[in-house]
Design a protein around this ligand. Sequence first.
Ligand SMILES: NC(=O)c1ccc[n+]([C@@H]2O[C@H](COP(=O)([O-])OP(=O)(O)OC[C@H]3O[C@@H](n4cnc5c(N)ncnc54)[C@H](OP(=O)(O)O)[C@@H]3O)[C@@H](O)[C@H]2O)c1
Length: 232
Amino acid sequence: MTGASGALGTAIRTRLVKEGWQVVATYRTRPPQDKGEGSSWVRFDASEESAPHALRQAVDACPGRLRAVFACIGAPSSKQAVADTDVAEFEAVHQANVVSFVRTWHALALRARHDGASVLAVGSDAGQAARPGNGPYTAAKAALASLVVTLAKEELRNGVRVNLLAPSLIDSPLAHHVMALKGVTDPGAYFEQLPWGRPLSLDEVAATCIDLATAEQWSYATGQVYPLGAAL
Ligand SMILES: NC(=O)c1ccc[n+]([C@@H]2O[C@H](COP(=O)([O-])OP(=O)(O)OC[C@H]3O[C@@H](n4cnc5c(N)ncnc54)[C@H](OP(=O)(O)O)[C@@H]3O)[C@@H](O)[C@H]2O)c1
C-alpha cells in the first residue's frame, strides 16, 4: 500500500491487518509512530528515481502471494485559479498523484503479474467535476484515471486487474486543510450542505477500496473508474 501514512491509507491498513493480511506500507515524510503488527514500512517518495527499488525489495522480502496493491498517494492543490498557480505546483501535484502510480507499477509489475494481483488506485471526483480553483488536482486525478484504464488494458493478458475509486469529500485532515484553503470557516455548516448532510467517512471509503480490490464479486471488473459520491 502506497500512501499508507495518510488518513485513508491508515484506515485501509488497519482493516487489512485486522483481517490477517501482511501489509507492505509506504510513507514519505511521516514514518509510523507505532509500527504495529502485520505491517512493514518503506520510505517512498514519488520525486525519487530510486523509490521503486526500495519498494520492490520490501515486497520481494514477503513470502506468499501479492494479492492487492492499494495506491493511496495524493496531494491537493493550493486552490487558486489556473492563472495564479505556479507551474511548479502543477508539476508537484502531478508527481504526487500520477508519477507516484507509475513508480509504484515499475516497482511491482513483475510480482503483480506473477501473483495475479489486483490494483486499486484512489482518485477523486475532482477528476470529473473540474471545479474552478482546483486546476492542478483536477488535471492530475483525470490523468490518473486515464492511466489506470490504460494500464488495465495493458495488463489484462497478464491476469492483473486495475481499477480506480473516485470518492467525493472524505472527513479527514486533508479535507479540513482543503476547506481552510477555500476559506471555509465553519466545516460543520459546509458538511451540512453536502448530499446526505455529511461527507464520506474514512472507514466507508476504506471498506469500499478493500471490497473492490479483493472481493470475489469484483473479479470481472478491470479498467473501471468507480465514483463514490452522491449526485444532487
Ligand atoms: N481526503 C479527502 O477528502 C479525499 C477525497 C477524495 C480523494 N482523496 C484521495 O485519497 C487519497 C488519500 O487521501 P488522504 O486523505 O489519506 O490524504 P493524506 O492523509 O494527505 O495522505 C496522503 C499520503 O500520500 C503520501 N504522499 C503525498 N505526496 C507524496 C509524494 N510526492 N510521494 C510519495 N508519497 C506522497 C503521504 O505521505 P507522508 O504523509 O508520509 O508524506 C501520505 O501517505 C489521495 O489520493 C487523495 O487525493 C482524498
